[in-house]
Write a protein that binds this ligand. Sequence first.
Ligand code: ATP
Ligand code: MG
Length: 280
Amino acid sequence: MASTVAEIPSPAVTAGPRPSIPPESKVQSALAAVEVRNLNVSYGTHHAVHDISMDIPAKKVTAFIGPSGCGKSTILRCFNRLNDLVPNCRVEGSVKIHGEPIYGSRLDVITLRKRTGMVFQKANPFPKSIYENVVYSLRIDGVNRRSSLDQVVEESLISAGLWDEVKDRLHASALALSGGQQQRLCIARAIAGKPEVLLMDEPCSALDPIGTNKIEQLMDGLSHKVSIVIVTHNMHQAARVADMTAFFYMGRLIEYGDTDRIFQNPENKQTEDYVTGRFG
Ligand SMILES: Nc1ncnc2c1ncn2[C@@H]1O[C@H](COP(=O)(O)OP(=O)(O)OP(=O)(O)O)[C@@H](O)[C@H]1O
Ligand SMILES: [Mg+2]
C-alpha cells in the first residue's frame, strides 16, 4: 500500500518577507501549508505523477489546472491520503502539512483527515438534517453540548454562504436542498471541524453560474481562515479565485507561480497554450 521512501528535510525558515518563487525549482518558501517534495504516484505500472515538488502557501487559494488525466486529483488525494484507499496505488516522496509529515507512522489518518477537509465535484451530503450534516465530525469527536453545536452550525453556514437560506429549516433533510445549496452545505461540513487545509476537487463543475459565483465568493472569505487548494477546469475561475496557480501536464508540474503571472506572462509555451485555450 501507499508508502514513503524519502522524507526530505524542509528548507530553513527564512526571516522577513516571503521570497518570490524560483521558477526553476517550482518551490516557494518554507512557510507552507502543504510542502511537497519529490512526490511520485503510480497506479500499478502506470506512473501517474512525476517528481512533484512545490510549497502551497498558507491562508491563500491555490489552483491546480491542466488537461484531463494530468494528475490533479491524484496529487490532491495525496494531501489527505485518500489514495491509501485505491488498490495498487503507490505514493513515494514527502508531503507535510504545516511541517508535519503525513506519510509514515506518527500521524494517524483520522487526525490527518480532520486537518484536511475535502469537497468533491458532486455534492455528497449525508441523508440527515442540515444541522446534523454540519456537526457530523464534532459528534464523532464526542461533542454533544447543544450550545457548542449550535454555534458551530451558525458559524459554518455563515462562512459557507448558506445561513440565510437555511436558518429556518436546520432540521430539514439536506437532500431537499438544491445542488448548489448541497455543495455549500458540504463546504460548511468540511470547515466545521476547522481544518487547516481545504481541498476542493472541481467543486463547481456541477453548478450553474449563480451557484458557481456563490462558491467563489465564499472561497474569498474562507481563505483568511484556511488554506485552500482547488482543482478546476475553468480558467476564468482559476484567474478569479486563486492567488497561486499550478499547471500540470502528463503528471508533471510544468509551471507554478502567482496567478497573475501564470495567466498574463507564463514562461512555458505549454502553459501559455493551455491558459489561452490553444492547447492540443
Ligand atoms: N484509481 C485509479 N486507478 C488507476 N489509474 C488511475 C486511477 N485514478 C487515476 N488514474 C490515472 O492516473 C492519471 C491521473 O488521473 P487523475 O484523476 O489524477 O487526473 P486529473 O488531472 O484529476 O483528471 P480530470 O481533470 O479528468 O479529473 C490518469 O492517467 C488516470 O487514468
Ligand atoms: Mg480529477
